[in-house]
Design a protein around this ligand. Structure first.
Ligand code: PEP
Length: 249
């Protein structure tokens, strides 16, 4: 059976010491059923990498540049993230799409750079509340899949994780019901199958994100096409995050 992946997106939270303490608590927790990744702010990647050393918990970043080295003030390249020991990088998170103006084309350029550097991208897609209320959820998510993941070879698709994160459910406490999430995940898997083949579709890791908490994790993680979670708020406390890890079937 494919192992679930639970990834914590710390966003711009915690401080060095609290991040190290959280990483240590997660690293000490046995996790026979799920793979775990933590994605701290850039500033703490190195400290958290040291705290995780010797454990099976993977390190991820929350963003990366679509450029290689050069005159790009404030940017961090995928090669730099590799050097810091990252295995994953979250790309196209809705906060970057809506607050920083990242388009599908920019996200796609970042995904291709990440894969070329040897990182596994966690690519976020998801609709606004207005899209859902006007019946456009499938169209919006399919378009983001098409454009953000354009030009990936079959091998690159195998390395790529997709996170379905309905924007109305992020940080709001409103969670998609398990059937609502499942139907989008099933459709995403179908998109992967249509573009590649059923073996790649079955191997693909599709995460759900949006107010995942210990009390809703069992029902969400039990859905056929949900292979794990991208967790924001609940990833900042070891007990809540590890309860989500333990909720995996
Ligand atoms: C996220 O930001 O990726 C997220 C899912 O946040 P939360 O769990 O807080 O809704």
């Amino acid at each position: 059976m494919k192992r679930h992946l639970i990834a914590g997106n710390w966003k711009m939270n915690l401080r060095r010491e609290s991040g190290i303490a959280l990483a240590r608590a997660i690293a000490q927790h046995p996790s026979p059923k799920a793979d775990i990744a933590v994605c701290p702010p850039f500033a703490y990647l190195e400290s958290v990498a040291s705290a995780l050393r010797g454990s099976s918990v993977a390190l991820g970043a929350q963003n990366a540049s679509q450029f290689d080295d050069g005159a790009f003030t404030g940017e961090v390249s995928c090669q730099m993230l590799m050097e810091l020991g990252c295995r994953y990088v979250i790309l196209g998170h809705s906060e970057r799409r809506t607050v920083m103006g990242e388009t599908d084309e920019i996200v796609n350029a970042k995904v291709l750079k990440a894969l070329a550097a040897g990182l596994r991208p966690i690519v976020c897609v998801g609709e606004h509340l207005a899209d859902r209320e006007s019946g456009k959820t499938f169209d919006v998510v399919r378009r983001q899949f098409e454009r953000s993941l354009a030009g990936l070879s079959p091998d690159q698709m195998r390395q790529t994780v997709i996170a379905y994160e309905p924007i109305w459910a992020i940080g709001t406490g409103k969670v998609a019901t398990p059937p609502q999430a499942q139907e989008i995940h099933a459709d995403l898997r179908k998109q992967v199958e249509n573009r590649y083949n059923s073996a790649i579709a079955q191997q693909s890791i599709l995460l759900y994100g949006g107010s995942v908490k210990p009390d809703n994790a069992v029902a969400l993680m039990g859905q056929t096409d949900i292979d794990g979670a991208l967790v924001g708020g609940a990833s900042l406390a070891a007990a809540a995050f590890l309860a989500i890890v333990d909720a995996c079937p």
